[in-house]
Design a protein around this ligand. Structure first.
Ligand SMILES: Nc1ncnc2c1ncn2[C@@H]1O[C@H](COP(=O)(O)OP(=O)(O)OP(=O)(O)O)[C@@H](O)[C@H]1O
Ligand SMILES: [Mg+2]
Length: 186
């Protein structure tokens, strides 16, 4: 199956989920229980939209805990700039209607300073951790800047770890996936 077909299938499956936001609570609680999440001083995350596993509660919990959170600002070239999340009033709609932080932009290299990187994905390959995104290549570019010892976690609904995710040379794997049933390490 090629990337486009796999994307269509997963997007359709997500649209059919009775409660797409329902994955969020279990994922949030699992992640907040991990020492490497609690101890990451700076976390790069994303403000979820639509049927993505929701990150809003996770971001709020980390922020209240004192973690610094950076969120992406989509650039016109589809690369990702980053800015600090500073509470519910620090976001405004950006390109494609996605909520983005209004704080000063820290540049595409800001992700290099993160101790934990949480990314969206439609699917992750069961054997390799290669992730399939929505097709902009934005997270491939961002993940290429992350050091090999920094945990990178894709958030998924149940069943989205699959065999045979097509991989091109530019595709970056994640080191883990977090699902409602728990964390999978690659
Ligand atoms: N480092 C890069 N520089 C420029 N373009 C890139 C880079 N990495 C990937 N791309 C381009 O992005 C496009 C989409 O890539 P791909 O299909 O892997 O997206 P994706 O992984 O699903 O999306 P995303 O990374 O945003 O989640 C491809 O045409 C690819 O050439
Ligand atoms: Mg890719």
């Amino acid at each position: 199956m090629d990337k486009a077909e796999l994307r269509r299938r997963i997007v359709a499956a997500r649209a059919g989920l009775p409660d797409p936001r329902g994955s969020a609570t279990a994922i949030r609680e699992t992640l907040l229980d991990q020492p490497w999440v609690q101890m990451a001083g700076l976390v790069a995350c994303y403000w979820s939209s639509g049927t993505e596993p929701a990150t809003h509660g996770l971001i709020l919990a980390l922020w209240k805990h004192g973690t610094t959170i950076i969120l992406p600002v989509l650039r016109s070239d589809d690369d990702l700039d980053w800015a600090v999340y500073d509470g519910p009033d620090s976001l405004a709609p950006g390109r494609r209607g996605l909520m983005e932080p209004v704080d000063t932009r820290r540049g595409v290299d800001a992700i290099r300073t993160a101790g934990l990187v949480i990314v969206p994905a439609l699917a992750v390959d069961a054997a390799t951790g290669v992730r399939l995104g929505r097709g902009g290549g934005s997270y491939d570019r961002a993940l290429a800047r992350v050091g090999p010892n920094v945990p990178t976690v894709a958030l998924l609904h149940e069943g989205e770890i699959v065999d045979g995710v097509p991989a091109e040379p530019h595709d970056r794997p994640v080191s883990m996936a977090a699902l409602p049933s728990g964390i999978v390490t690659f």
